[in-house]
Ligand binder design. Structure first.
Ligand SMILES: [Zn+2]
Length: 174
């Protein structure tokens, strides 16, 4: 079992490489993923042995957030809060995670899929511009989500402020 300091270091390394800011919902950069996965494995093992260590739960919630597992991040942060006392910053973060978790649940797409939509839209808009509709988003959805889910996903995208392709990039992807 790694010690907590080493795991924290691993997490910091992964975070630096992830190119994510605070509260971003973008998938981490590929080079960060091995660090983050390793930190997560270590931290999960750690809390199994030391379930009353608030810092370990706190770190685990961070790594889950970087990996965009919002429900797991919420669970771990709640544990940390129970053990380590509540502070405003963490409560704010908890609320934020719940909000993001809900939005992603509504979209029901993996980070890899969202990344693929992001790339698709960037290419299309670069070449053809945005015509103020969801044409390219819908094109991508036709290829990537089951037909029966398409209108639900479109509604979820619109709920997040994506009413045309460039808005999807700005409001949903970022
Ligand atoms: Zn537009």
């Amino acid at each position: 079992m790694n010690n907590l300091e080493e795991l924290q270091q691993l997490l910091i390394e992964g975070q630096k490489l992830s190119m994510q800011g605070a509260y971003q919902r973008r998938a981490p950069a590929k080079k960060a993923i091995p660090y983050l996965l390793k930190a997560r494995t270590g931290l999960k093992l750690y809390v199994e042995h030391e379930p009353n260590q608030a810092l370990a739960w706190h770190l685990l919630s961070q790594v889950e957030e970087y990996l965009l597992n919002y429900n797991a991040a919420i669970f771990s942060l709640q544990k940390a809060l129970e053990l380590g006392g509540r502070n405003r910053k963490d409560l704010k973060r908890l609320a934020m995670l719940k909000e993001y978790g809900g939005q992603w649940q509504e979209l029901n797409m993996s980070p890899e899929k969202l990344e693929s939509l992001d790339v698709y839209l960037k290419n299309k808009i670069e070449f053809f511009g945005c015509d103020h509709t969801l044409t390219y988003t819908k094109e991508w959805l036709d290829e990537n989500v089951p037909k029966s889910r398409k209108s639900k996903v479109v509604r979820a995208i619109q709920n997040q402020g994506g009413f045309c392709d460039c808005e999807v990039l700005m409001n949903v992807m970022d």
